[in-house]
Ligand binder design. Structure first.
Ligand SMILES: NC(=O)c1ccc[n+]([C@@H]2O[C@H](COP(=O)([O-])OP(=O)(O)OC[C@H]3O[C@@H](n4cnc5c(N)ncnc54)[C@H](O)[C@@H]3O)[C@@H](O)[C@H]2O)c1
Length: 354
């Protein structure tokens, strides 16, 4: 068994790579990464200690993937994962890595008759349609009123049949375009592929920054110092996201890979669901308690064009089909992140504080 993890020095890729190696010690697990993400270089020691082979390579370069040789499973975790990417007028890196890179990965998986797991995103859902969901203020957060529902959404969250018409961010567009290509590779070439549209994923080794990895960013700034801002929706932190510990994602992928053909049919929404969701204001309280200090949080009430006030995953289809449900609860996820930040503070502070 040979497993190739693209983006294997990133947060999700390295977490999956080390967990697969832990559970299948005889498998060769190869992590390919171009180390574009700041902080990915810190993860190389983690891979080495776990017995994962690191290959410095770029998914934009088909030759780099070919040089890895054959494999049985590909976990496609490489990406420019920021929803803000391209808004500065330079979309090339995003499109080349996320879309051309995905094509190169598809070709490599086809050549080696390997199964593929593709990390797609909740960002495939259009922003306007998400913003049009009627929300109410409840304490420190926005909520879908109990019992309210519409096409693809309810108080259980956003389901995979949510409408797809409308702009979704360049990042989301690259993910959806890759999903469409995967569908064609399945139909034309018999590719076996599992597509998980993930909400926010978090846990240790996420190099949180303003535009991606907000739970770790919030925790790190409370611990190490640095600035934070409530952006949009009145600037008071009522926007809500659900979150999933990366080990719960691993458990699901492991289960899916036991019978990949059973999951080779449609995209699956994967996330923490309503029980694992926090507003930024609620997250501040949790971080303040764990860090033992209060930091000043600036307020900018103006909404950003790529932002949405609320995203919570409806995981009903995945749970009904497999029995999978997140094991990590809110307090455990945050404790795990704080524990990691404290243990590795000397190396993490320069990356995560600002
Ligand atoms: N973290 C989340 O909340 C989340 C949510 C939904 C989907 N996803 C998806 O999961 C996957 C992993 O995300 P992550 O959170 O680990 O991000 P990450 O930035 O930590 O990891 C991505 C890795 O890909 C590498 N990379 C970037 N461009 C590359 C290229 N051209 N060639 C090779 N490597 C390249 C980076 O150096 C980085 O190590 C991505 O596809 C992302 O879109 C993540």
């Amino acid at each position: 068994m040979r497993i190739l993890v693209t983006g294997g020095a990133g947060f999700v890729g390295s977490s999956l790579a080390t967990l697969f190696k832990r559970d299948w010690p005889k498998a060769e697990v190869v992590a390919l990464d171009n180390l574009k993400r700041r902080g990915s270089e810190l993860i190389l020691a983690r891979l080495r200690q776990a017995g994962v082979t690191f290959v410095h390579g770029d998914v934009r370069v088909a030759y780099d993937l070919a040089s890895v040789g054959g494999f049985d499973v590909m976990l496609e975790c490489s990406a420019e994962p920021s929803v803000q990417a391209g808004y500065d007028g330079t979309p090339s890196y995003l499109i080349d890595s996320n879309l051309i890179g995905a094509v190169n990965c598809l070709e490599a998986a086809r050549r080696h008759k390997a199964a593929m797991v593709f990390l797609s995103s909740s960002r495939v859902y259009p922003m306007k349609a998400l913003r049009d969901i009627p929300l109410k203020v409840s304490g420190e957060r926005l909520v879908v009123p109990p019992g309210a529902r519409g096409l693809g959404w309810s108080d259980r969250g956003i389901a995979a049949d949510f409408p797809l018409t409308g702009a979704r961010s360049l990042y989301g567009a690259t993910k959806l375009a890759a999903e469409l290509l995967i569908e064609e590779y399945r139909a034309l070439y018999g590719l076996i592929a599992i597509v998980n549209r993930c909400g926010v994923l978090t846990g240790p080794w996420q190099m949180g920054k303003v535009d991606q990895g907000v739970f770790v960013l919030w925790a790190a700034r409370h611990l190490f110092g640095g600035s934070l801002t409530y952006i949009g929706y009145g600037g008071v932190g009522r926007q809500v996201r659900d979150f999933l510990h990366v080990e719960d994602l691993y458990d699901l992928i492991k289960l899916q890979l036991d019978r990949p053909a059973d999951w080779n049919d449609r995209p699956y929404n994967v996330g923490g669901g309503p029980a694992l969701s926090l507003s930024l204001a609620e997250l501040t309280r949790e971080c303040r308690n764990r860090a033992g200090r209060d930091i000043e949080i600036a307020s900018d009430p103006v909404d950003r064009p790529y932002d949405v006030p609320y995203y919570v995953t409806d995981t009903g289809v995945v749970t009904d089909r497999s029995g999978w449900a997140p094991k990590w609860q809110t307090a455990e996820v945050l404790d795990d992140i704080f524990d990691w930040l404290r243990r590795h503070q000397d190396e993490l502070r320069p990356v995560l504080a600002a």
